[in-house]
Design a protein around this ligand. Structure first.
Ligand code: PEP
Ligand code: MG
Length: 583
């Protein structure tokens, strides 16, 4: 067969080379038949038993999670357990058996199809992707009903070294991924999924090469085909020629050597060749991620996205985590970091991160009531979060970071609410750090253009380049149709970023970058040249950035930096940034 290449969405770095192992979707070939009246209750029982079995399976997997398993995995298993308990899945198919006399498999598939169709109508990309979770849960139940071999045993049946197995599937559930993890598979390719899909999130946290959103890859790739995943490019090469295979083998070996070397840098201080100290911090989503942050040698947490504590709580008695529950999470993080600072960002909900999957989203969510706008509109909820964060500050150094600020009155109102939370705690005789530093995310162009307003009021600034790029270039960050326009090197972005760093330095207000740009080694020198001294990123990226820092001489970068900042020609900028990397 001739070699061919498929393009998808890159979600996790690295190169994987191996043979394809196809996972057939169980839902496709279930039997459809009508059952007799007297068999109805037995059929209902059969489906109920299967649902109970899957519940138990999920519990077993949950309990068997290794302590170092990414926290997202546990959360996803909980989501699947909740879906399974929902009457839409646990009751309605039983009614279909009773009223329409369908066999159990048919009844279940009918209901899943019905739910999936409803999800397809949803405009919000994040919510739409939750359809996959429902289908994955449905497939697990179907596997039990049909007694088909589980994905795990099929994978165990592969004789070649499991490191050379690349899982190709229409979609992979987080629960299945957990099992594959123990088999040390080399990578995965899925038809479905985008940057926000659970599979993508899990891939990144496991640090496995992956490409998702490949449309019909699982139909085009055959069992045992040789494939290469170029995780950085989101490209899959099927049946590569010997020359291409050899090139990728070399690149892969090189990457592995680099990775091994990087491990040795964990304790090395991040200092440039000309003696400037750089702070490399970690972005975390849940307190359990602190382990990965320390493992990567982070000197603190530069961004704790607290909204992950608030998300996906449908089915909980309390829709929002209580003040005490939040306090425990924040305290856990600050204690885990053993004296290193933890920057907790207040709730950044809305847009692609809705509180509740079932909630109606705004007309234009990215421009709507999100982040600080939402918090100021819900003062009791916001005060509870502020009190929880303040109380945790009695247990170690915490900084408070406020997302999406654009107006002076928003800053002033926020600061007043922090004061109010402090007063409430004093009255309740609860301890907190009275000097807790308060900072602003600079992620709306209006904020980056009015920095004097911020440096006057704030203790520190943190640039959220993900949103700054979204809003400056007017491209929805979750819409793959405009993903090609997402360009961190657009001169407008370089201007806003460098002026923020410069104004902060002049005012003596520390500036960090906590968006994806901070973890991109191709941009490390550019940011150093702009004067950035604090970078916060996913722990998996930290050591590679540290190596780049160690090899950089900031003084030597300056003439080239001047050239970059003077030009407005994209090609010239791209070439000049590439030149920086060679210096
Ligand atoms: C950003 O916008 O760059 C950022 C760090 O925040 P988030 O990605 O959570 O919006
Ligand atoms: Mg943001």
């Amino acid at each position: 067969m001739a070699s061919f290449t498929l393009h998808g969405i890159p979600v996790s770095r690295g190169i994987a080379i191996g043979r394809a192992h196809l996972l057939a979707p169980a839902a496709l070939d279930v039997k459809h038949y009508l059952i007799a009246e007297e068999q109805i209750e037995a059929e209902v029982q059969r489906l109920q038993n299967a649902i109970v079995t899957v519940h138990q399976e999920l519990q077993v997997i949950r309990k068997g999670l290794l302590p170092d398993a990414p926290s997202e995995l546990g959360a996803f298993l909980d989501v699947h357990a909740l879906i399974l308990s929902d009457p839409m899945i646990s009751d309605l198919p039983l009614n279909i058996i009773r009223t329409r006399h369908y066999n159990a498999e048919w009844a279940l598939v009918t209901q899943i199809d019905e739910l999936s169709a409803q999800f397809d109508e949803i405009e919000d990309a994040y919510l739409r992707e939750r359809k996959n979770d429902i289908q994955q849960v449905g497939e697990r139940v179907l596997k039990v009903l049909t007694g088909s071999a589980t994905a795990l045993s099929r994978l165990n049946g592969v004789e070649e070294s499991t490191a050379h197995v690349i899982v190709v599937a229409h979609d992979i559930s987080p629960a299945d991924m957990l099992q594959f993890r123990d088999c040390a598979f080399g990578g995965f390719v899925t038809d479905l999924g985008g940057q926000n899909s659970h599979t993508a999130i899990v891939a990144r946290s496991l640090d496995i090469p992956a490409a998702v959103g490949m449309y019909n890859a699982s139909a085009l790739i055959a069992q045992d085909d040789w494939i290469i995943i170029d995780g950085d490019a989101g490209v899959v090469i099927v049946d590569p020629t010997p020359v291409v295979l050899e090139q990728y083998r070399e690149r892969q070996a090189h990457l592995m050597r680099e990775r091994k070397k990087l491990g040795k840098l964990r304790k090395t201080p991040a200092v440039t060749r000309d003696g400037t100290e750089i702070a490399l911090l970690a972005n975390i989503e849940l307190p359990d991620d602190c382990g990965a942050a320390l493992e990567a040698g982070a000197v603190g947490v530069g961004l704790f996205r607290s909204e992950f504590l608030f998300m996906g709580r449908t089915g909980y008695a309390n829709r929002l985590p209580s003040e005490d529950e939040q306090f425990e999470s924040y305290r856990k993080a600050v204690v885990a970091m053993k004296g290193r600072p933890v920057t907790i960002r207040t709730l950044d909900i809305g847009a692609d991160k809705p509180l509740d999957a079932a909630e109606e989203t705004a007309l234009n969510p990215a421009l709507g009531l999100r982040a600080i706008r939402y918090c100021l509109a819900e003062p009791q909820m916001f005060l509870a979060q502020l009190r929880a964060i303040l109380r945790a500050s009695a247990y170690g150094p915490i900084k408070l970071l406020i997302p999406m600020l654009a107006h002076a009155f928003e800053i002033d109102q926020t600061l007043m609410m922090v004061e109010q939370a402090k007063t409430q705690l004093r009255e309740a005789h609860k301890k907190f750090d009275p000097l807790i530093p308060i900072g602003a995310m600079i992620e709306i162009p209006a904020a980056a253009l009015t920095l004097p307003m911020f440096v006057k009021r704030m203790d520190f600034l943190s640039v959220g380049t993900n949103d700054l790029i979204q809003y400056t270039l007017a491209i929805d960050r979750v819409d793959h149709e405009v993903a090609h326009l997402y360009n961190p090197l657009h001169p407008a972005i370089l201007y806003l970023l460098s002026s923020t760093i410069a104004v902060g330095a002049k005012a003596g207000v520390p500036v960090s970058v906590c968006g994806e740009m901070a973890g991109d080694t191709k941009l490390t020198r550019l940011l150093l040249g702009m004067g950035l001294r604090e970078f916060s990123m996913h722990p998996a990226q930290l050591l590679a950035v540290k190596q780049e820092v160690l090899n950089s001489d900031i003084a030597a970068l300056m003439p080239q930096m001047k050239k970059i900042m003077r030009t407005f020609e994209p090609v010239a900028i791209a070439n000049a940034v590439e030149q920086l990397r060679l210096m």
